[in-house]
Ligand binder design. Structure first.
Ligand code: KMH
Ligand code: ZN
Length: 313
């Protein structure tokens, strides 16, 4: 029997902007409501970012994260995974502030510096907010920085010190070598949870051959020390997520990675994508992992020992 499939939902992110979809959640209330609905639909892990409630711009404000986490914690037991990627305009300290305060079970950890091109979207929309076009255009020159030193800071500060385990975001095969290096060094402990990120401009492209290449490279470099999940940006989200399940992996969906539910049709919620992926997973003969199964499988510390654990019902 194969293991139950871990379905992650990345609820809002910092890639898409409010003018692109009226369904993109912005305020803590909207983010929490969509997150809870996604968890009820089957997502065991909620990958979280915050946005400025007034403008919808990506925000690193720990108070916003705290508000989101407390709202979700009060109503569901999904594993909460705080982004440390933030947006490429934030400093590393900005990006880590919320996770340092909340001490969640999981955090994202981006495994290398790279170009992260959102600029092709800049001419495709009529913008409601002044910041949107400039934010996208800036990705022509800004590097998404995740140096070895940054990675080590996150591993020691959030991992060794605060007990977080990681969603290791791997945007290309080279990032797998970095994972292997830190496993060998002992800063990462198995089993690691890899997120194969396909389709970001600057990373590996969203094609079946590339997913096979990522999987084969991980097998060669990491042996049995890893579990993987697949995130494909844009319209490859569902097809490559399905392929990930067929290959024995897990899947991430959500409006952070794709705003659509079908070609030319916006998803009206994160839960709509979770429900669609769930149908596919179950049609393939698998079942979804519960949050507690994820905790056991990935060696998470559990909610009560997080700094915001007191809000748990
Ligand atoms: N937006 C995804 C492509 C993070 O939050 O650390 C990658 C991501 C990064 O989720
Ligand atoms: Zn993210």
């Amino acid at each position: 029997m194969s293991s139950p499939v871990i379905l992650t939902c990345a609820v809002t992110g910092s890639i898409h902007t409010p003018s692109m979809s009226p369904y993109l959640p912005i305020t803590p209330d909207q983010i929490a409501e969509q997150a809870i609905e996604a968890a009820k639909a089957g997502a065991a892990i909620l990958h979280l970012h915050a946005r400025d409630p007034a403008t919808g711009a990506p925000s690193a404000d720990p108070a916003l994260f705290q508000d989101i986490v407390e709202r979700i914690r009060a109503r569901c037991d999904a594993v909460l995974n705080l982004s440390t990627g933030g947006s490429s305009r934030m400093t590393l300290d900005d990006r880590l502030a919320a996770a340092r305060l909340i001490e969640p079970e999981m955090c994202s950890l981006n495994m290398g510096s790279m170009n992260f091109g959102l600029f092709p979207l800049a001419d495709r929309y009529d913008w409601q907010h002044e910041w949107e076009r400039g934010f996208l255009e800036a990705t022509r020159s800004v590097i998404f920085r995740n140096s070895f030193e940054d990675i080590e800071t996150i591993l020691t500060d959030l991992g060794a010190r605060r007990g977080a385990r990681f969603e290791l975001e791997c945007y290309d095969v080279g990032h797998l070598q970095t994972v292997a290096f830190y496993l060998k060094q002992g800063l990462l402990k198995p089993p690691v949870f890899l997120q194969f990120v396909l389709g970001v401009l600057g990373g590996i492209d969203a094609a079946p051959e590339q997913l096979m290449h990522m999987k084969a490279s991980a097998d060669r470099l990491l042996g049995s020390d890893y579990q993987f999940s697949v995130l494909a940006a844009g319209r490859q989200q569902m097809p490559l997520g399905t392929m990930g399940v067929i290959l024995g992996g897990n899947v991430r969906v959500g409006l952070e990675d794709n705003l659509a539910i079908a070609r030319g049709e916006l998803a009206t919620s994160n839960a709509a994508q979770v429900r669609k992926m769930r149908r596919i997973i179950e049609e393939l003969g698998h079942r979804l992992a519960t949050p507690d199964e994820v905790r056991a499988r990935l060696g998470l510390k559990g909610t009560p020992s997080t700094a915001s654990g007191s809000a748990t019902p």
